[in-house]
Design a protein around this ligand. Structure first.
Ligand code: SAH
Length: 188
């Protein structure tokens, strides 16, 4: 059973990243999604992961070094995901954003709508024909609420000929639970 949005993101990685040639974890955090991707991708895939905190890079690197990976062609980048085009030249087959702040970390270092928007528009430009972008959104804190509002409006306005946007949400939880947006390139 999948009952939490964070479980959705794990399932989405398992199900949709298998054949991804180029995958992006835009928010490394504690490295759970990066590890899952490195275990799920093909040996010849390439994985890029971003975070602005050195601490996140170190935690993630430790996790990757101590695990069996199916893809060890990864780059852990200490920079904002809004600069991803400085690092990625290829088309992107799979990208995931797990927004918000690190649980137990500095709440000031949360993702913000202005930079999230820049990063997402860059991913959409680079998304290949069968690519998928997954975004886990946390509307239950102040910056998160602003981010959720901005993101919802931005994604709602994408032309349906270019992209298809789906929302996965739990509808019987209190306190504004996280939800997921899935974006695919249209095939017309
Ligand atoms: N909310 C999730 C964890 C999110 S972690 C959960 O509950 O599991 C979000 C990560 O994004 C943090 O590690 C933070 O440092 C990082 N981050 C914030 N702004 C960023 C940016 N512009 N580019 C890349 N990473 C960023």
């Amino acid at each position: 059973m999948v009952t939490r949005a964070t479980d959705f993101s794990r399932k989405i990685i398992e199900k949709y990243s298998k054949n991804a040639l180029v995958a992006v974890d835009a928010t490394m955090g504690n490295g759970h999604d990066t590890l899952k991707l490195a275990q799920n991708l093909m040996p010849n895939s390439k994985l890029y992961a971003f975070d602005i905190q050195e601490e996140a890079i170190e935690k993630t690197r430790e996790k990757l070094i101590n695990s069996d990976l199916s893809c060890d062609n990864y780059e852990l980048i200490c920079d904002g995901h809004q600069n991803l085009d400085e690092y990625i030249n290829e088309a992107i087959s799979f990208a995931i954003f797990n927004l918000g702040y690190l649980p137990g970390g500095d709440h000031e270092k949360t993702t913000k709508w202005s930079t999230t928007k820049e990063a997402i528009s860059k991913v959409l430009k680079k998304l290949d024909g069968n690519g998928l972008l997954a975004i886990v959104v946390y509307p239950g804190h102040e910056a998160g609420s602003e981010e959720a509002t901005g993101l919802t409006s931005y994604l709602s306005n994408l032309d349906q000929i270019d992209f298809s946007v789906m929302k996965l949400e739990v509808i019987n939880q209190i306190n504004m639970p996280p939800f997921v947006y899935l974006i695919e390139r249209g095939n017309q």
